[in-house]
Design a binder for this molecule. Structure first.
Ligand code: HEC
Ligand code: HEC
Ligand code: HEC
Ligand code: HEC
Ligand code: HEC
Length: 605
């Protein structure tokens, strides 16, 4: 009897702490007592690893005890087997939870094991006349339940969602942004996709590096400097400082962080471009707080001071808030062993993590606003991708029917409809609805080729090829020339075509005249990147550099626009057909093609 009493106390001592810790983890959501939750998790896991061999040893001994020591009544042998089964389930699901955390299904079963083991344990001890031990187990379970329920009820209310700080032109502790590799330790697919995307290379392209060398004064600007400009009316003003600070879009952790890194020789986070940690700690976009009428911006050289103030106070900036991320023990540590502890904690209990890295603003096109539109909503200002979208039919004002930037650019296959794709967020996790591709396909074939990735280049080209269609609407034949009018219809572009409405991106229409044998007898020459683009094919572009010239020639979403090309023919040329091809500056291949055969020309007299 003595031996069995000791064994029962032993069993109770081994199992009881888990009943208490497990009950807490089951009942108290982590965000209510985040530090406690991590201590409890670590204690539960640590203790489990120590006691597990002992529990197994004890189970084996106990079940194999001589028949004389075994209970004889039916209820007691039932509870005995229920207890053994529950303990085995607890151990097995515990291992699964240890591997996959609470997002894998069996882990949900494990959560209830405190009840599944606790109740039959108490019953078993009671039925086999070990009433003190039974009472102790029951009391502990009751206390753990009551304690966790009380914690849940009376802990100061803490929201699951991360805090949204107000916008105040302040820079953030730069050390709190994490390198993308850290996130890639778990989000393998998103990391690989992002790494290939242009977002990982916003500081990497030679064109960007070269043009930044030409604007050194714009590289040192950060959000705090902009704030000082806005606050101090006596400072010399330059709209370029606000709207052109390259870092605000190309190296956002430098602009929004307080680290003051060099952008001419960027390293670490500054070189990372637009990384995970910046986008995923966004909380809001501050936009258009300024009052009064929008000044006309047709001629930037004649800006008045008041104009610039009005514009500056309306410039949208992000509320970037890495400091509002509730950090798991050792999260972001430079030491790999320490980060491993953080990673396990995130893995086991990701709820707070998932919430802090996914504020509602990320589900909305506004997440892209401050980088994909230069400051203000005015057609005279270049670089209006966001506003172009906002004024289009794709933005309906109703989240159900709106086609957001994410719906077209964060998908494996663009359809131009709101989409919800499926994928795992982490390799071991369940398939989730609402997956988002981080390739950010946008038709930049050239960028994919510079990465040496023909597969990606093909995907980028396919997106371009579905963007627009063309048709030859009119061919006018003169003596030795053709005037060919081509209509471009924007089908699936959610903003002006082509995006990035500056001289950096343009489209053009190349027109060829063919003779009866199919040989090209005349063609328009492709434009060159230069001040006047050469004697070129019809350009589709916008430029504010010279507002007097007719360069405001973009195609608005879901509209058509006609462009006429003049084609000089060699004398005596006999044109049978005209071919028109639509090009996007960042894609070497045509993105749409059409042709039309001409009636045979009158025979020469
Ligand atoms: C130790 C592994 C781990 C690391 C490291 C990690 N995450 Fe996660 N993350 C997870 C898990 C697990 C989930 C939950 C997945 C699920 O519910 O399917 C998650 C969820 C998310 C979500 C999705 C939220 C939602 O429900 O839509 C985002 C966004 C996210 N993480 C961003 C990040 C970012 C950014 C980093 C780097 C700063 C990062 N994660 C680092 C494991 C990790
Ligand atoms: C408002 C955000 C923003 C600011 C400020 C900004 N850029 Fe950009 N830049 C972009 C975006 C977005 C793209 C390309 C994506 C697109 O097509 O819209 C881009 C593209 C470029 C490219 C073309 C890269 C290529 O793929 O060929 C160069 C070069 C460039 N930027 C240089 C600069 C320089 C230099 C500055 C500072 C004087 C600057 N940018 C300021 C957002 C910005
Ligand atoms: C340019 C901004 C941006 C960058 C950079 C970025 N994300 Fe995201 N991420 C988003 C947006 C926007 C969503 C989708 C929100 C929605 O619509 O549900 C998202 C969704 C996610 C999700 C949940 C959905 C899914 O399919 O996995 C995870 C996890 C995630 N991102 C991780 C990462 C990681 C890891 C990185 C870096 C390797 C990263 N993100 C870089 C903007 C970004
Ligand atoms: C912190 C600034 C920033 C944010 C936020 C941002 N982007 Fe970008 N994005 C850029 C810059 C800069 C580039 C240009 C890279 C280059 O060509 O140098 C770019 C490039 C792109 C491209 C071109 C990719 C290609 O290969 O053609 C797409 C598409 C894109 N972004 C979509 C989005 C969407 C959608 C969002 C919102 C969910 C977003 N971006 C948020 C700065 C940003
Ligand atoms: C209905 C689909 C659709 C929507 C919605 C959409 N886009 Fe696009 N986007 C496209 C297509 C198609 C292209 C390729 C043609 C082009 O360059 O204009 C493109 C091109 C781009 C590019 C140019 C990439 C480059 O390197 O040249 C950027 C940047 C971009 N989009 C950003 C955005 C942002 C930001 C939003 C939201 C404000 C958005 N897009 C909404 C379809 C869409």
């Amino acid at each position: 009897m003595r031996g069995s009493a000791t064994a029962s106390w032993g069993a109770a001592a081994l199992i009881a702490p888990h009943l208490a810790l497990g009950t807490w983890l089951l009942m108290v959501p982590d965000h209510l007592a985040f530090t406690a939750a991590q201590v409890v998790t670590l204690a539960h896991v640590g203790l489990a690893l120590v006691t597990l061999p002992l529990v197994i040893f004890w189970l084996v001994l106990h079940v194999r005890a001589p028949p004389s020591a075994r209970p004889t009544s039916v209820p007691s042998s039932v509870t005995r087997w229920v207890l053994v089964a529950a303990t085995i389930v607890a151990v097995v699901t515990g291992f699964i939870a240890l591997w996959g955390g609470d997002i894998v299904r069996p882990a949900a079963l494990h959560a209830w094991c405190s009840v599944a083991v606790g109740v039959p344990l108490a019953a078993h001890l009671w039925l086999s006349m070990r009433r003190w031990a039974a009472g102790a187990v029951a009391a502990l379970l009751a206390m753990a339940t009551a304690g966790s329920a009380a914690a849940r009820r009376w802990l100061p209310p803490a929201p699951l969602e991360a805090a949204v700080p107000s916008f105040d032109y302040v820079t953030r502790p730069a050390g709190l942004y994490e390198p993308a590799e850290n996130c890639g330790e778990c989000h393998e697919q998103d990391f690989q996709d992002w790494k290939q995307s242009t977002h990982a290379r916003t500081m990497g392209f030679s064109s960007v590096k070269e043009s930044m060398q030409r604007s050194p004064d714009l590289l040192t600007e950060n959000l705090q400097h902009v704030g000082q400009l806005v606050a101090d009316p006596d400072r010399p003003l330059s709209a370029a400082l606000v709207f052109g600070a390259c870092g605000s879009c190309h190296s956002p952790t430098s602009f929004y962080g307080d680290g003051h890194p060099s952008l001419t020789r960027p390293s670490g986070l500054a070189a990372e471009g637009t990384g995970c940690s910046f986008c995923h700690t966004l909380r809001e976009v501050r936009r258009g707080a300024g009052e009064g009428a929008m000044p006309a911006v047709l001629d930037p050289s004649s800006f008045s001071r008041a104009d610039i103030f009005a514009l500056m106070s309306r410039a949208p900036f992000y509320v970037s808030a890495p400091e509002t991320v509730r950090r798991y023990f050792f999260q972001g540590s430079g030491r790999p062993w320490a980060r491993r502890i953080a990673n396990y904690l995130i893995r086991w209990r990701p709820a707070v993590h998932a919430s802090d890295y996914h504020s509602p603003v990320l589900d909305d096109s506004r997440a892209c606003l401050a980088c994909h539109s230069l400051g203000i909503d005015s057609p005279e200002v270049p670089h209006m991708t966001y506003y172009g979208w906002e004024h289009s039919a794709f933005s309906t004002g109703d989240p159900k029917t709106t086609v957001s930037c994410q719906d077209c650019h964060m998908v494996r296959r663009m359809t131009g409809e709101p989409v919800r794709e499926q994928a795992r967020m982490v390799p071991w996790g369940p398939v989730r609805q609402g997956a988002r591709s981080h390739l950010f396909l946008g038709g930049n074939v050239q960028a994919a080729l510079s990465l040496g990735d023909p597969g990606l280049a093909q995907k980028e080209h396919d997106l371009n090829a579905s963007a627009a269609t063309i048709g030859i609407s009119q061919v006018q034949r003169n003596d030795d020339a053709l005037d060919v009018t081509v209509a471009v219809r924007s089908e699936r572009v959610g903003h002006y075509f082509p995006a990035l409405e500056t001289k950096l991106r343009y489209g053009w229409i190349e027109v060829k005249a063919l003779d009866a044998s199919g040989a090209v007898v005349a063609r328009t020459s492709p434009p060159k990147d230069s001040e006047d683009f050469g004697a070129a094919s019809a350009l589709i572009m916008s430029s504010v550099d010279d507002p007097k010239r007719d360069t405001q020639r973009l195609v608005a979403p879901r509209t058509s626009r006609e462009f006429t090309s003049h084609l000089a023919l060699p004398t005596g040329a006999r044109v049978q057909a005209v071919v028109a091809e639509l090009y996007n500056r960042v894609d070497p291949a045509p993105i749409a093609t059409t042709s039309r055969s001409l009636p045979a020309p009158d025979p020469p007299l």
